[in-house]
Write a new protein. Structure first.
Length: 95
């Protein structure tokens, strides 16, 4: 069974955050995904249409509302996220 673009978005976002070991803006995560062609689905992770990045953002935003999300918001403007399991520091202050 093939995975949906939404599921691929979660997996790719998780991979980027684990690799970079820092909280990241959604725009930067999307750029990293595009640059690395995760899972061989092309730079748009299987999202189609004129604005695949907006579909990616929407999938991540909806996931953030779920209490079982892998991700959590660390800054609202611009939206910056990290993995819940990551312990990151910002100016020697635990996030």
């Amino acid at each position: 069974m093939s995975k949906s673009s939404r599921d691929l978005s979660f997996e790719a976002t998780k991979m980027v955050l684990e690799n970079k070991k820092q909280a990241m803006k959604l725009f930067d995560i999307w750029q990293e995904i595009k640059a690395n062609d995760f899972f061989g689905f092309g730079e748009n992770l299987g999202f189609s249409g004129a604005t695949p990045e907006q579909s990616f953002y929407a999938a991540i935003y909806m996931n953030l509302k779920n209490e079982n999300s892998l991700f959590e918001v660390v800054d609202l403007k611009p939206k910056t996220i990290k993995l819940k399991s990551q312990v990151l520091t910002k100016n020697d202050e635990k996030i």
